[in-house]
Design a protein around this ligand. Sequence first.
Ligand code: CA
Ligand code: CA
Ligand code: CA
Length: 185
Amino acid sequence: MYNVAKYFQLCADNPCRADDSNNFYWEGKFDAGVMPPQVPNDSLSFAYIPPGWTFQFFEHANFGGVTRTFGSYDYGVNLSFGSGFNDWVSSFKIRKFPSSEMVMLCQNNPCGTGGKYYARVGNWASMPVEIGNDQLSFVYIPAGFVFWFFVDGNFSGANMQLTGPLNVYMGGYDNAASSFMIYLA
Ligand SMILES: [Ca+2]
Ligand SMILES: [Ca+2]
Ligand SMILES: [Ca+2]
């Protein structure tokens, strides 16, 4: 058993098998275009993500199809796969947070007068209340972060991926964003 908090643990069963026969352990950056033998294609049911790291998983091999990203800068994340994602993952990427910086979203441009929201990594199917739907006007994206926004909710409609470091005036997409994802480049 690798009961060490710094290792990723990916399990084909949830809860993970106590004898580790179907568990995969990993430390460090990793691009897995196909699943490891311990956790075959479309079998992943649980992931432990150590603090300071992110886990981005994909519907198809070689980083294709629908994707989501989870992880925290500050604490480990126990991720039980459900709601359509159980026994579904076919490839993944592991990334280390480049810094403690966060993506800053602003309701107004300039930022000072309206709502602000700070985010590191994750999947926002609708906009945080601090910003509101169709009100995003400015984003600061630190180096290493990718901000992917959509003009409709639940990650649909016209969309754009922006890689930091970047200060973004939303331009033609001012007051248009309705959902977004943040992952690490
Ligand atoms: Ca499974
Ligand atoms: Ca799949
Ligand atoms: Ca606005």
